[in-house]
Ligand binder design. Structure first.
Ligand SMILES: [Zn+2]
Length: 443
């Protein structure tokens, strides 16, 4: 898949960038046989929590408020560096082997360095944010931190990690939600993001009851509050956006923040279905994301791709979000959300070599219609089996920044057996800690 549709031929990479597409005569130092395979741009997810991967399956069948209060905040509060490391490495290994080459992630209040280390080690392109939380919901076990400490840690992370690994790692500024950070922290966060050219990332209008409850506060609904703090603009990525009202839709149309659509998480937590076609109609950029393994419960972008193509059709008709358009959201939509549209999201000469090779040769995606050739409708023929009948398990090879990180389905940058064993051990350890009460300074 090239910039304007489907290209048949080779793809050459040099020093981390795509240097030729189509007919390539030179021989390479490291060649991947792509006969019978489809090659597509690396998938970009714009909302993931690496830190929640250890919590997969512990908190099924509840709504988002219950899920946060009863499980996620108590569990995140009990992360130590070892459990955080296990969670992040498991997440990155799953993302890479299922074709996600770039992720925008929101981590917890502490141990954010560990997330960067996992991304650095395993080779994913990542924009990672520490969860900024200086407002505590009474009765919960997520203590957060004071405003000055949150900002000091964020500034330290920017100095340490932004632009690291040859630019592959970037820092996001991510207040957890409009109500989890004070207006003072929000305003300082926006200033820092502007000063350093960073992506702002937060959760918006995820749950209907919550969205209506906060509307009664002096700050108004989520998008209204974000606008009053100067946060609403093209550098902001808002996860979910399931329940905007007319005023919020109007503000979004004007200020052009990005939306990250997370259909699995929205269905599983019974949050609803975001009005994605309405966003696209208004020229609002939409990306896709798995959210976390604690509420998805997978990090396979192909699940979100399939659902994004399906969930809007009952309301608006079968032609809503056809396969080619959804594939665009999963690649260029994410690249635009991250401010990286000139660098990633499509296979074009000069762009970073973030490439996924798939062999849709399983029972579930045979016969493969792309074999019918190029010409009119080729993009839809190419996209259809990827969107409607493929999964991350069809991914064979993955290249990030010109480096082969998955070859023949196997992660080359880490030992998956060791990653799984570590995750099992650290999951048991953190669940054991869950039985003990915590105070702000006890972990
Ligand atoms: Zn989330």
């Amino acid at each position: 898949m090239g910039p304007d549709g489907v290209v048949r031929g080779d793809l050459a990479v040099q020093e981390g960038r795509i240097v030729a597409l189509g007919a390539v005569t030179a021989t390479g130092r490291d060649e991947i046989d792509a006969h019978g395979a489809v090659v597509l741009p690396g998938l970009v997810q714009a909302h993931v929590h690496l830190c929640q991967t250890l919590f997969r399956g512990v908190s099924d069948d509840c709504d988002v408020v219950d899920w946060l209060f009863r499980w996620i905040w108590p569990l995140e509060q009990r992360h130590d560096a070892a459990s955080m490391r296990a969670s992040c490495r498991l997440a990155v290994a799953e993302l890479l082997t299922s074709g996600t080459t770039t992720a925008l992630t929101m981590e917890s209040v502490r141990h954010t360095d560990v997330a960067f280390e996992a991304a650095q080690e395993l080779g994913i392109r990542a924009t990672i944010g520490k969860a900024l939380m200086d407002r505590r919901e009474v009765g919960t076990e997520m203590y957060g931190e004071d405003t000055a400490s949150a900002l000091a840690d964020l500034e330290r992370l920017i100095a340490t990690w932004h632009g690291a690994a040859g630019g592959r790692l970037r820092v996001a500024v991510s207040p957890r939600g409009p109500r989890n950070a004070t207006p003072e922290l929000w305003r300082r966060a926006v200033e820092l993001a502007t000063q350093h050219g960073l992506t702002l990332h937060t959760h918006v209008d995820e749950n209907r009851e919550q969205a209506e409850r906060v509307a009664l506060s002096g700050e108004g609904r989520d998008v209204v509050a974000l606008d009053s703090w100067g946060a609403l603009g093209p550098s902001l990525v808002m996860a979910h956006c399931v329940w905007p009202d007319e005023q919020e839709l109007g503000l979004m149309s004007e200020r052009k923040p990005n939306v990250c659509h997370c259909p699995s998480a929205n269905l599983k937590l019974a949050s609803g279905t975001a009005p994605v076609p309405e966003y696209l109609e208004r020229g609002i950029n939409v990306a896709l994301g798995c959210d976390g393994a604690a509420c998805n419960n997978m990090l396979d972008a192909f699940q979100e791709i399939r659902l994004a193509a399906l969930v809007h059709k009952p309301r608006l008709g079968p032609q809503t979000l056809p396969a080619g358009q959804v594939l665009e959201l999963a690649t260029m939509g994410g690249a635009r959300a991250l401010g990286l549209a000139d660098e990633i999201g499509s296979l074009e000469v000069g762009k970073q070599a973030d490439v996924v090779l798939m062999r849709p040769a399983g029972l579930h995606n045979t016969p493969y219609r792309a074999a019918e050739g190029a010409g009119p409708g080729a993009l839809e023929r190419f996209a259809s089996p990827l969107v409607y009948s493929s999964t991350g398990r069809d991914v064979r090879s993955v290249v990030v920044d010109g480096r082969v990180v998955v070859r023949d389905g196997v992660l080359t940058t880490g030992d998956t057996a060791e990653i799984v064993a570590d995750a099992e051990q650290q999951r048991a350890a953190i669940l054991a800690r869950l039985a003990r009460p915590v105070t702000p300074d006890s972990s």
